[in-house]
Design a protein around this ligand. Structure first.
Ligand SMILES: Cc1cc2nc3c(=O)[nH]c(=O)nc-3n(C[C@H](O)[C@H](O)[C@H](O)COP(=O)(O)O)c2cc1C
Length: 370
């Protein structure tokens, strides 16, 4: 087991060896036209291969689950080929890379889905808000169609198939996106899940969709290559706090422990100016789940080191810092101040604000450039 717990120390766990404990958090950059990651995406992730582990951005498992415009997919061969370029690039630089698999469910717009496919969700409950579309600017998110029980099964199968595709495309593993108000969390949440079949109602039923995905993915690609992201108490994408939220996540965590998956990745988000996940909660998950725990949300080098020293987490994920600091790990090593990213280019297409942030250090090496 791991004895040393500092950010720059390697991690060695059955099935996974990482050069350091810095994780690049999944970040949607929405630059994949027709859902196909291009050459710039390979460059982008290659530049960040100094992370102990990259978790590539949320990537759609079906043509009707794309969500935000120009989100990549991993359900067809062209997409797999695009991703293979990415994984080759990261591996050539000594990095490790997982991919976050998403079905956006009721978040999105048919214009962003392939062939204008309608939105689908556990129930026909519309999310508030607007979303950017290719031809018509920002449009209100429409009401989704409720999935039949059979179609719910098909969505589970789509996640499993996407996980297999990811391994074929060279990923070291997958992270199921169970967070941030997308389809699996729409099943967990009583506001968006009003079903009366075995996927709705009590905690076990509302958790079934996500847990059947996890079981299927573990069976298909192996538990040592399977992780999950969860964001209890966050309220993103129009899913407010609900009664039984804590109990739901306790139930899930216990089931994930039984499945013996590689990791749980807790995403903390600001809610009313406070982090949605506090130290007490992390402690509780730590006690319930004994494989790797990744935490994300607002960490600095100092707070990350403190968290590792406390023994509560094994890996710390950094999001925004990785956008403008491709060599983030080396900047930590050399105590170099971090550059600020340009938020206006986070989600815009093109290479500007994507692959043009300079590295001071070689991302794959500890050596400083002259
Ligand atoms: C541009 C951008 C895109 C993001 N896209 C995703 C995503 O695809 N999936 C996800 O789970 N979280 C996503 N997030 C959240 C990050 O993974 C991370 O949890 C968040 O930025 C907080 O970490 P930080 O304070 O280190 O930035 C995104 C965040 C940003 C800034």
């Amino acid at each position: 087991m791991n004895i040393k717990r500092t950010l720059l120390e390697p991690l060695s766990f059955p099935g996974l060896t990482l050069n350091n404990r810095v994780v690049m958090a999944p970040m949607s950059r929405r630059r994949s036209e027709k859902g196909i990651p291009g050459r710039s995406t390979a460059i982008y992730y290659g530049q960040r291969a100094g992370a102990g582990l990259i978790i590539a951005e949320n990537t759609a498992v079906t043509p009707n689950g794309i969500g935000y415009l120009h989100t990549p997919g991993i359900y067809n061969d062209l997409q797999k080929t695009g991703w293979k370029r990415v994984t080759d690039e990261v591996h050539a630089k000594g990095g490790r890379i997982f991919i976050q698999l998403v079905h956006a469910g009721r978040i999105g717009h048919p214009e962003n889905n392939e062939d204008g496919a309608p939105l689908v969700a556990p129930s026909a409950v519309k999310a508030s808000g607007e979303i950017r579309t290719l031809h018509n600017g920002h449009l209100p998110i429409p009401e989704p169609l409720a999935l039949s029980t059979a179609d719910t099964g098909a969505m589970i199968e789509a996640h499993i198939k996407a996980a297999e595709n990811a391994i074929e495309a060279g990923f070291d593993g997958v992270e199921i996106h169970g967070a941030h108000g997308f389809l699996p969390e729409q099943f967990l949440h009583p506001l968006s899940n009003r079903r009366t079949d075995r996927y709705g109602g009590n905690i076990a039923n509302r958790s079934r969709f996500l847990l059947e995905i996890m079981e299927g993915v573990v069976a298909a690609i192996g538990k040592e290559r399977t992780g999950i992201r969860l964001s209890p108490f966050a309220t993103i994408n129009d899913l407010p706090a609900y009664r039984e939220e804590k109990e739901t996540h306790q139930y899930l965590t216990d089931a994930l422990r039984e499945l013996d998956i590689l990791y749980i990745h807790l995403s903390s988000q600001p809610v009313d100016g406070k982090p949605s996940i506090n130290q007490e909660y992390i402690k509780e998950i730590r006690n319930r789940f004994h494989n790797l725990l990744i935490v994300a949300g607002g960490y600095t080098r100092e707070s990350a080191e403190k968290m590792l020293r406390s023994g509560l987490a094994d890996l710390i994920a950094f999001g925004r810092s990785f956008i403008a600091n491709p060599d983030l790990v080396e900047r930590f090593r050399h105590n170099t101040p971090l550059a600020a990213g340009d938020t206006s280019t986070y989600y815009q297409g093109g290479d500007c604000g994507y692959i043009d942030y300079p590295a001071i250090y070689d991302a794959a090496q500890a050596d400083a450039r002259p």
